[in-house]
Design a protein around this ligand. Sequence first.
Ligand SMILES: Cc1cc2nc3c(=O)[nH]c(=O)nc-3n(C[C@H](O)[C@H](O)[C@H](O)COP(=O)(O)OP(=O)(O)OC[C@H]3O[C@@H](n4cnc5c(N)ncnc54)[C@H](O)[C@@H]3O)c2cc1C
Length: 384
Amino acid sequence: MGIIGNPRKRVVVVGCGFGGASLARRLARRLDPLVEVVAFDTGPDLYNYTVLPRTLVESVPQRRVTTPLADLFSGLPIRLRIERVEGVDADSATLHTRHARLQYDYLVLATGSRAIPLQRDDASDVLYPKSARHLNRLREHISRSAAAAAEQRARDGTGAANRFAIVGGGLTGIEFAVAVREALDAALARRHASHRRPLVEIFEQGSRLLPASPERFSLHLQARLEAAGIGVRLNTQVHRVQEQSLVLDRQAIAADTVLCCIGTNPNLRFDIRGLGDTLAGIRVNRCLQSTVNERVLAIGDSADLAYRTGHFSTKFASQAIRQGKLVAENIGRLLSGTEMRPYHCDKLPVGVMLGTRIGSFEFGGWYYTGRLAGSLKRYLEMHW
Ligand SMILES: Cc1cc2nc3c(=O)[nH]c(=O)nc-3n(C[C@H](O)[C@H](O)[C@H](O)COP(=O)(O)OP(=O)(O)OC[C@H]3O[C@@H](n4cnc5c(N)ncnc54)[C@H](O)[C@@H]3O)c2cc1C
């Protein structure tokens, strides 16, 4: 649908995280003046989740954690609107915010995901790594725990054995366990109280860490974590947190700090009409177009790539960025009447930080662990 007197097509991007920002930039670079790009986000910054674990142990420049979208879009013809999109009506090709209603020719939904919550009672506290506020509280827990260990040692020569429970042994759980261990050890060393360390343990319901990766890689990661002083409890499902204890199948274990890393669901908490059932995400075809409405496309963590057959997760920044770039190219193809290209949902290399400098990369059953892998992961986190 053209806008009267304006032959340009309006492409609206909802969500300017890794996927949406890459898409908006490529659209503006390649397709201006054919398209008018309008990009919405609830906040003014791109939040770089991939560096969050490291912010516990080192000072990462703020612009690497939150990059202003105005800088990312600087010099590009993108109309950035810092407003929450409250509803989409795919049948009439409109969306609305609190203050305005807007028509689109193409809509790309890139609203990311939200943490799956762990059940808990009112007396218990659970932290989530995606929230800056919760990460600040995690830092407080770490320094309080080190202070308590030092005081205890001064009193009776022992140390306080607080437990930091990381629930979930995926990429996020592993990286946070490593970072918490390092941050605690550094805080204890500063207080000369390192002889009895607080416990850091991962609780994973599956039979191994990173269950979607090859088994030998999982075993390798487990050995590295255990050598670093991180407990790994496999086949252990945490049902809920009650009175600050983890309720497992047959026992309850007290945990001073609980960090929940059990996965995410698509973030589609707005009124969506005309796109069918969206619980598992916006269902898309191979070209990342909604299976119900061809003017709507979806990328990143909010898309449901039900067509694919691989058993690996696609909830990675690297996948969201690739999808954003492909969809920008495909919108160009739609406008020129050529055939769109499918998204080849390949498994991409998986990188895990295992310390401030050491990292590990796995691809196609092979893995490498060392400083080079650490430097590569750090580089990729910063230059996306
Ligand atoms: C702690 C942590 C560590 C991670 N580490 C890695 C890693 O090392 N490597 C890796 O590849 N991936 C990693 N990931 C996963 C990666 O961050 C996500 O897969 C990626 O961010 C998904 O990109 P996206 O564009 O789909 O969503 P996001 O980057 O989450 O962006 C979604 C955007 O949509 C906006 N939005 C939501 N709702 C609305 C609305 N109604 N209106 C307007 N805007 C809206 C949000 O504000 C947000 O800016 C990590 C994730 C976490 C939480």
